[in-house]
Design a protein around this ligand. Sequence first.
Ligand code: PEP
Length: 249
Amino acid sequence: MRRPLIAANWKMNKLIPEAVEWVAGIQRLLPGLPDAEIILAPPFTHLAALKPHCKNDSLKLAGQNMFWEPQGAFTGEISGAMLKSAGCEYVILGHSERRLFFHEDDAGINKKISSAQADGLKTILCVGETLEQRNGGQTEEVVKSQLQGALEGIEDKGDLVVAYEPVWAIGTGLTATPDQAQEAHAFIRATLGSILSPEASEGVRILYGGSVNQDNSRELLNQSDIDGALVGGASLAVEKFCAIIASLN
Ligand code: PEP
């Protein structure tokens, strides 16, 4: 019922020529891979250059962030409409690196989601606990409050995706076990049921993110509430990223 979604988050990596080569590579490999929605979130500067290389909608583009205001004197920021006009269908919001390094909070993320919806962009909302919070038994409380804060007053129009990304697993080589991830995803789905509606929560895809690679992806993606993956480090090499897509089989 929920089409699998595998997204590559390049963060601040790659120059445009390497990015174009990666896109050409994935276009060659995708026809032999299982059906899934495939999304690439490159740096903003690469979007317009990559768009003409994304043929047949088989590879969709996402922004890694955006600001909530539509335009104006906000040096260094970009709007949802700008992402849209550069060819994006999605935007990643609330990534833990944005929360940690740029002090983003749930209220600001909430404004960004509203603005993304107004601009016709789909959102990949990232939530997840730190190691300290997990060890303190606060995982559910933290994730619930992130979801409630970010989604307050938001209606699902079929344009919401949630990524569960335990902060302690991002870029560390540590991964949640399939059981830990499934437990968190089931909790997120139940929480979405009370924030949105039970029907809407059944349709929302919940991605797992945190050191996903070709060795651990199959077991993670096999879990009933894991609908895909948000991949950082292992998305930089196209063959490794495609091996993760192949593990959907
Ligand atoms: C991410 O940044 O969203 C991520 C999951 O990174 P990594 O796969 O490198 O842990």
